[in-house]
Design a protein around this ligand. Structure first.
Ligand code: GDD
Ligand code: MG
Length: 347
């Protein structure tokens, strides 16, 4: 008989309800986890990874634009994994959202919770086994980063017990470069620390409370990890795939994209139905499905949203971000530009 997958019978709550403000204007059109990452959405990659470990059901914790998820995945499954939707009445923050989703799905045994904007090859089965061995109430996967100030910083004792949880410390003050990787194994009684229906941050409220109770553990991991929640990181996640850092083969240019023989394409993703015209140059960039790069345009280290049109001779560079369906007039030259500009974004 087939070997039982390590995480069979486990449910996973995935947080996908944030506003994704750092990825605007792209996230004015779709939530960040519904942005493409290569040929599929970020969320599909996360769920596929969990499905491969045997996770039996995924509970999506939805807040911002829930209808986009429901429309894209109407059959109650993603990448072959059964999915349930928990739509928050209002943003409950990370702790409130996990509790809301877990209660909604009737979770009453050890479960997983994940930030939905993280792409990683982390071994969740190993995390689960470590969790079992310590008898802790929660176990956090940790990853090592250059600049810990953007993350939840997590110093550990020798036995893996978490000594402190410091969310987004002032630059230069973090006691370690090991940070919260956004993957947790949780016992259901952790939910008792979250008041019903109230806003609550797992990072700022629940984890610090558990540190005081000495029930929180962490496990350091060296696997590939990236939080794709900023334009720079979102682009880097693509470049990492193109550079082969993720193992699996990723076609850089969709079969249905049309790239003119007189265009220059380097280390870039080009989505389905996109076109790149003669004399255009696309370097270290992401061009989403249906976008049009007109003749002579130059795109460097930038992100072009779905169906956007980049006019002739445009020069966009240094993390310029073009929103879905935007029209960038011919001859526009911008480094680090946003289309539309922040002054036109809704409050
Ligand atoms: N449902 C719901 N409701 N989801 C939410 C809410 C909410 O009110 N707020 C945020 N989320 C979701 C986001 O969509 C994202 O998938 C996840 O929760 C984490 O939120 P981010 O806004 O991406 O947090 P962060 O990247 O600044 O920091 C978090 O992730 C880091 C690792 O990537 C923290 O958990 C840090 O401690 C951690 O190091
Ligand atoms: Mg994030």
């Amino acid at each position: 008989s087939r070997r039982r997958p390590p995480l069979a019978d486990m449910k996973a709550v995935i947080l996908v309800g944030g506003f994704g403000t750092r990825l605007r204007p792209l996230t004015l059109s779709v939530p960040k986890q519904m942005l493409p990452m290569g040929g599929v959405t970020m969320l599909q990659r996360v769920v596929e990874h969990l499905g491969g470990l045997g996770v039996e059901e995924v509970v999506l914790s939805l807040g911002y634009q829930p209808e986009v998820f429901l429309k894209e995945f109407p059959d109650g499954e993603i990448a072959g994994v059964p999915v349930r939707y928990a739509v928050e009445p209002e943003p409950l923050d990370t702790g409130g959202a996990i509790a809301f989703a877990a209660r909604h799905a009737g979770i009453d045994s050890t479960f997983l919770a994940l930030n939905g904007d993280v792409l990683t090859d982390l071994d969740v089965a190993e995390l689960w086994a470590f969790h079992r061995s310590t008898g802790g109430a929660a176990t956090i996967a940790l990853t090592e980063v250059e600049d810990p100030s953007r993350y939840g910083v997590v110093p550990l004792a020798a036995d893996g017990r978490v000594e402190a949880f410091i969310e987004k410390p002032e630059p230069g003050t973090a006691p370690t470069h090991w940070v919260n990787a956004g993957t947790y194994v949780l016992e259901p009684d952790v939910l008792d620390l979250v008041p019903d229906g109230a806003r609550c941050s797992i990072e700022r409220e629940v984890f610090p409370a558990m540190v005081a109770q000495r029930r929180l553990f962490g496990l350091q991991a060296s696997a590939y990890w990236i939080d794709a929640g900023t334009p720079e990181a979102y682009l880097q996640a693509h470049l990492d795939m193109l550079d082969g850092l993720r193992g699996s083969f990723e076609p850089a240019v969709s079969d249905s994209a049309r790239v003119d023989a007189g265009a220059m394409l380097k280390r870039s993703m080009v989505g389905a139905g996109a076109t790149v015209a003669v004399g255009a140059r696309v370097v270290d960039s992401v061009v989403m499905a249906g976008a049009r790069i007109s003749a002579g345009a130059s795109i460097t280290r930038s992100i072009i949203g779905a169906r956007a049109v980049i006019g002739e001779g445009c020069e966009l560079s240094e993390l310029s971000v073009v929103g879905f369906d935007e029209d960038v007039p011919a001859g526009t030259v911008e480094a680090g530009g946003h289309f539309p500009p922040p002054t036109e974004w809704p409050a």
